[in-house]
Design a protein around this ligand. Sequence first.
Ligand code: DGJ
Length: 443
Amino acid sequence: MTANRVINGTKWLDTDGRVISAHGGGFLQENGYFYWFGENRHGEKLISCYRSKNLVDWEFCNDVVTMDTHPELNPSNTERPKVIFNDNTGQYIMWLHWENGIHYGEARCAVLVSDTVDGDYTYLRSFRPLGHMSRDCTLFKDEDGTAYFLSAARENADLHVYRLTDDYLDIAALEKILWPGQKREAPALMKRGQYYFLVTSGCTGWEPNQGKYAYATSITGEWSEMFDLGTPTTFDTQPTFIIPIHGTTKTTYLYVGDRWDPSDYHNSTYVFLPLEFPTDTSMRLNWASTVRIEIETGVVEADVRESDLYRLQINMLYLRGEGDQVKASRLSYADKNQLWEVEYTSPVTARIKHHLTGRYLQPKDGSPADESEIVLGDAVDHPMQEWSMVDTGQGYVKLRNCHSGKAMKLVRGSNEPLFQAEMDPRKHGRWDEQAFLLAKVFE
Ligand code: DGJ
């Protein structure tokens, strides 16, 4: 962060110069401050709280939940903490996703309370809401004071909407089961005018996927179908919250996303991106490299630095150049060997260059044979280094070699080479061993 701007996808420092550690975050506005609660996994597992007046300069307040807060927290995994204030009891109520620190099978939520916003929270209990599994979650306090807890249930297959009791400490009722079987995670809820918007991610571990949104005029009423939000990797982020900034000129809704690094949790970063609303029932998320937010007016200035680089994703793995070889590997934002340049030779054909070495994807020795390995070769003016892109849905393409006519294919998993094979003409979208995403790099 610098000169009143957030620089998205970089390490953000607090006012003491320490890295801000507050993933899966929730935000609360009070007394002219934005309070940010999030997962801090540096050393101990903590929930840390920061505050800021301008969303750029963050002052560390307190580790509001530590492993000493309660025996159930040592060990544990605590994720996606969200805090709301109860006007009747005068308490700050935190709900989060609780696991036992060993696996993700407990699938419970936990409730904590405090008399002050950034005080030491008291742990009340962990439980499965009305007996249902509960993982990724969020809290939402509506304008009439009714509060809702949303969480992924039934092994993440369904998204449950629970209404809370008046004290916000328990579940009053299961109001809705959203999109059964569609596996949505990372819910974030907001209201604009007459419409509620619910943003979610797909369910792919720490790897980014297509964000989606839906709208409704009542949280417990009918929700629309889901619409894509941003790119097929949601600009390499997963939603965690939407902050409304009510300014004198306009109200801005700021999408807060985690850019998880699946290879190195501590290399994970954050993004703040202003949402746009082309109509009352649609939202749009654009990339912004830096964002300046005028809290008083609500006016946001976004700046985009275009990148020519891509990552090539297949089955949630990413192509990596290793000498002459090409392997599928786990996404790593630090790994420059995962960066590629796409040189279009026509609207549907391209040469794919490994950014660090300047060498091109091709079948080994230019062989047209089935099961030939895909390797990196020095530039030659030959169709073996050209690939035609065949749409397979959801932003994914099959890459057919212009010389061999065969399609690039991932046969096994991580750290394994790629081969060419007869193209399977069926359109499976993303889950296909021949379907690649040319994922633009957003910095
Ligand atoms: C995706 C969830 O959204 C995250 O909060 C975290 O639980 C990871 N899965 C763990 O794989």
